[in-house]
Design a protein. Structure first.
Length: 312
């Protein structure tokens, strides 16, 4: 029996070491393929990576969703705006090339990092803040905690309210806990990229994903073990964070424009858009009958027009 247990332990150890080596090789390769293309600014002792487009004009600050990074906007919204606006696209804490301070699963900490970057890069200016999906929750918190920095909000298929449970993916639940999570995350580079590539169309449904989306968005960065765990921690903590935040939305006095895809299969648009529209005084809902969870891809020109309207 001892011999059998020893053999199992040795096999498990060898498998774990192999996974660590594979993930290290993957990390080196994916960071070589998708290096940082923005500026690093220090906020609360931690770097925030911000991609910039446009040299002058009103400031637009964009915050990406879960499982993503700031490259999400570089081929969609930024090209519509960079001629006459200054576009700042930030990696959220632990994503892309931003560091992750303690308690970054809290929306308040994420908003503080975004606010710090905005203060450094656009001192004394107010920005139109754009948030997609999870980034919509952070954008809302930014407007709540730092109203002096925000001129208006454009929310793209945002998650805004506690949805009551259900829908959480099993791999985020496994990647979160402190003991099994780091071990499980070492396996992310082995299966994650192929699974993500095959699942992209589901996120864009009912429309097709743009050609080259996986490469252009740098989505492969997600499967580096530390970022994979950061993403899991964010998502696992989101419901209670929203439950604590959602009662404050009437405090927002800037104009808010929300784009909601009627065929969104990632979040329930009726729950999120339907609830927040009655909580904010200056609120415009833009329903998109032919769109899902990625309105900035399906209706990029319309979203840019809304941003321009608030910025100007």
């Amino acid at each position: 029996m001892k011999l059998i247990l020893t053999g199992i332990f040795i096999l498990a150890l060898a498998g774990g070491l192999g996974a660590c080596v594979s993930s290290a090789i993957y990390t080196d390769r994916v960071e070589e393929a998708y290096p940082p293309i923005g500026r690093q600014v220090e906020v609360n002792g931690v770097p925030v990576h911000v991609i910039e487009a446009g040299q002058s004009g009103p400031v637009v600050f964009m915050i990406h969703g879960a499982s993503a990074n700031a490259r999400e906007f570089t081929t969609t919204l930024a090209p519509h705006l960079d001629r006459d606006h200054r576009v700042l696209m930030a990696d959220r804490p632990g994503h892309g090339y931003s560091g992750r301070p303690p308690h970054s699963e809290e929306l308040g900490v994420q908003a503080a990092q975004m606010a710090g970057a905005l203060k450094v890069l656009a001192p004394g200016e107010k920005a139109v803040v754009v948030g997609h999906s999870f980034g919509g929750a952070v954008a809302l918190r930014l407007a709540l905690d730092y109203p002096e920095l925000v001129k208006g909000l454009v929310l793209l298929a945002p998650v805004t309210h506690d949805w009551g449970g259900g829908g959480e993916t099993w791999y985020n639940q496994v990647a979160g806990p402190p003991i099994i999570g780091p071990i499980f995350s070492q396996l992310a580079p082995l299966v994650g990229p192929s699974a993500a590539k095959s699942g992209i169309d589901g996120v864009f449904s009912p429309n097709e994903a743009p050609e080259g989306y996986y490469e252009n968005s740098g989505l492969g960065l997600l499967f580096r073990p530390p970022e994979f765990r950061a993403n899991a921690d964010d998502v696992n903590a989101l419901r209670p964070e929203l439950a604590a935040q959602q009662g404050r939305y009437p405090e927002i006095k800037v104009p808010v424009i929300l784009f909601s895809g009627a065929q969104d299969s990632v979040i329930n648009p009726t729950l999120h858009a339907g609830k927040i529209k009655s909580q904010i005084e200056d609120f415009t809902l833009v329903p998109l009958a032919d769109s899902g969870h990625m309105p900035h891809h399906d209706h990029g020109a319309e979203v840019a027009d809304a941003i321009r309207k608030l910025a100007d």
